[in-house]
Design a protein around this ligand. Structure first.
Ligand code: C2E
Ligand code: MG
Ligand code: MG
Length: 610
């Protein structure tokens, strides 16, 4: 009985996935081969793997060649049987009587082969013993050969797992994850699963990692990441390295909540600081998960969606982005297209866009010393659209430039208006990483400052930490130009991205804004308390003025003040508000002197030193 086409394809795939054809010789398998030869007093014992054209010897005793053509192979027949195949005298067996290995020299007369059967009934090859004279083989002999073959399978699987582990720490293997997904789809079609991509760093961080600390150190970081993931997920999940600091794996998706909790816990563990060869380090994980039914979608497509989800998590500064089975990727793409088309129109006509202001107070005096301008978009038909939904999208298109231009102009117009009504405050705007690629960015900024008659000292540009880490030397030069103009530079969302501070010191920033994700949880997380206090101390040592974002309560404000932070921003002080509301709030703070219970009074500064 010949193997069916499906069986043949499944075996070839398994040989490829387990990578047994290329794996080094194994002493453990050689020992089983020796034991087989010795137990049956056979001059030849082999562990064979039946490849498409050739039969390869994974382990051999009594022969000197490493492979033979498939058409001469006895094992091709043996793998079709569940049982041990015994040929007591090949010269009398019509299947083999004319085989060159039977009529030639050295001749095969006796053959007994036990198939190497994997868990999913895929047969890779055999453990076989061969003799040059005919001989009997008892039922007891068969059982023993089958047991030894089972031991070989265990060793092969163990070796494959070890290679995969070593691989996860050695080099990226995207195609391996793809063929793993294909194999899973073949063995358990229709089962609910979750394909996950866990990306540990932005491309810019990776570049700096290589440039500043070298590949050996980067490898040590990769090893730490792979071990942390493997420990968090348990031994049953096979981990694939799909990028330099990027890993892929497949989870069962029976019940969504535990899987979500598992991934959230993984993200949490990956964000813990660790030491690598004496240097403290933080990863910046972004995890993308895609629910699927195995086999419904091509593996390459599943991977693409999981990568896109990870990218989305990173763009949203979230640890995890999840795409449910019901959500077709094309739906989100379609929404993206609609938003981009509408945003373009909004920017051209200035419709529906506005800037809200969120106050920043000096923690020592309680005075409002600055305000962050946050973009708002209210679409006539779609309603309010959160910045997280459209800003990252715009950044991937040519709309990033007009969007930032709109913000610069609107912010400076507001600044001039506030100054005219007696509030010459410093205002900060958020600038995208991609804007740093525009050679004329600073010229446009200087022209706008001139146009609105706003002194550069009253403007602050916020760049996220990852935007700065991702950018090339010319971006640094652009930031230097802005500073030379007199504009203040702030590093936004500090703590969520890169952690090696050597690069930060090269950026001429005066302000460091500690990300709200650490701050909001201060009352409940002792870990975040240690982190924030350390960040404040470290930032001061490097000469930054520190702004703590996400101050939602008096308790947090009190902690930030006690640790010496300079400014605070957050819902506990005031939510972002329209410009008219901000003016009222500001004047009320100045005149009403409402004193919160556990914090210094909020008083408005009469003016900001320029
Ligand atoms: P960001 O620059 O870190 O801005 C702070 C965000 O945190 C704002 O969200 C603000 O509303 C929110 N926030 C402030 N205090 C608290 C608090 O105590 N608790 C909580 N939970 N949240 C607080 P928003 O307005 O949704 O903006 C999100 C992000 O969108 C901003 O983060 C910024 O990265 C981006 N963004 C906003 N406006 C612009 C813009 O004009 N241009 C660019 N490129 N990005 C912008
Ligand atoms: Mg900001
Ligand atoms: Mg921020």
């Amino acid at each position: 009985m010949a193997a069916t086409y499906r069986e043949e394809a499944a075996r070839l795939q398994a040989l490829h996935d387990l990578r047994v054809l290329d794996s080094p010789a194994s002493e453990a398998i050689d020992r089983i081969t020796r034991m087989a030869a010795w137990s049956f007093a056979a001059p030849v014992a082999l562990v064979t793997l039946v490849d498409a054209q050739r039969q390869r010897f994974k382990s051999r005793l009594g022969v000197t060649v490493d492979e033979i053509p498939r058409e001469h192979s006895f094992c091709t027949h043996a793998i079709c049987s569940d049982d041990v195949m015994v040929v007591p005298d090949a010269s009398r067996d019509p299947r083999f009587a004319t085989n060159p290995l039977v009529v030639g020299d050295p001749e095969i007369r006796f053959y007994a082969g036990a198939p190497l059967i994997l868990r999913d009934n895929i047969r890779l090859g055999t453990l076989c013993v061969i003799d040059r004279v005919p001989r009997p083989f008892t039922a007891e002999d068969r059982r023993m050969l089958a047991d030894l073959a089972a031991l070989v399978v265990v060793e092969l699987e163990k070796q494959a797992a070890e290679m995969r582990e070593a691989d996860a720490a050695a080099r990226p293997h995207r195609y391996e994850f793809e063929s793993f997904l294909e194999c899973e789809a073949r063995t358990r079609p229709g089962e609910a699963a979750l394909a996950v991509i866990a990306d540990m760093s932005t491309p810019g961080q990776l570049r700096s990692l290589f440039a500043e600390l070298g590949p050996a150190w980067s490898e040590a970081v990769a090893l730490h990441a792979s071990q942390t993931i493997a420990e968090s997920l348990g031994a049953r999940v096979s981990l694939h390295r799909v990028g330099y600091l990027c890993f892929g794996f497949l989870l069962d998706d029976g019940d969504e909540t535990p899987t979500r909790a598992l991934l959230a816990a993984l993200a949490e563990r990956l964000r813990e600081p660790f030491e690598c060869e004496g240097i403290p380090f933080l990863l910046a994980p972004a995890i993308g998960a895609v629910s699927l039914r195995l086999g419904e979608d091509a593996a390459a497509n599943v991977l693409r969606r999981a990568f896109a989800a990870a990218q989305e998590a990173r763009a949203r500064h979230a640890a995890l982005a999840w795409h449910g089975a019901g959500m077709r990727w094309s739906e989100s793409e379609a929404r993206g297209l609609v938003l981009l088309r509408e945003l373009r129109r909004a920017l051209e006509k200035g419709e529906g866009l506005s800037l809200d202001l969120q106050p920043r107070i000096d923690l020592a005096t309680g005075e409002c010393v600055a305000a962050e301008m946050l973009l708002r978009w209210r679409h006539a038909r779609l309603g309010p659209i959160p910045p997280g939904d459209f800003i990252a999208l715009a950044e991937r298109t040519a709309l990033a430039r007009p969007l930032t231009d709109w913000v610069i102009n609107a912010a400076l117009a507001a600044s001039a208006r506030l100054a005219a009504s007696g509030l010459p405050l410093r205002l900060s705007i958020n600038v995208s990483a991609v804007n740093l690629d525009e050679p004329d960015l600073i010229d446009r900024l200087a022209a706008a400052l001139h146009r609105y008659g706003v002194p550069p000292q009253r403007l602050e540009l916020e760049f996220t930490e990852s935007a700065l880490a991702d950018n090339a030397p010319q971006a640094l030069a652009r930031i230097e130009q802005a500073r030379a103009l007199g504009v203040t530079i702030a590093i936004d969302d500090f703590g969520t991205g890169y952690s090696n501070l050597t690069y930060l010191q090269r950026i001429p920033a005066g302000i460091l804004k500690i990300d709200q994700s650490f701050v909001r949880s201060l009352p409940s997380s002792s870990r975040d308390r240690v982190l924030v206090r350390t960040m404040i101390g470290m930032a001061h040592e490097l000469g930054y003025r520190v702004v703590v974002e996400g101050v939602e309560s008096d308790e947090i404000r009190g902690l930030a003040a006690a640790w010496g932070a300079d400014e605070a921003q957050g819902y506990g002080i005031a939510r972002p508000m329209s410009q008219a509301a901000f003016e009222t709030w500001f004047r009320c703070q100045r005149h009403c002197a409402v004193v919160p219970a556990a914090a210094p009074p909020v008083r408005a500064a009469a003016a900001v030193a320029e």
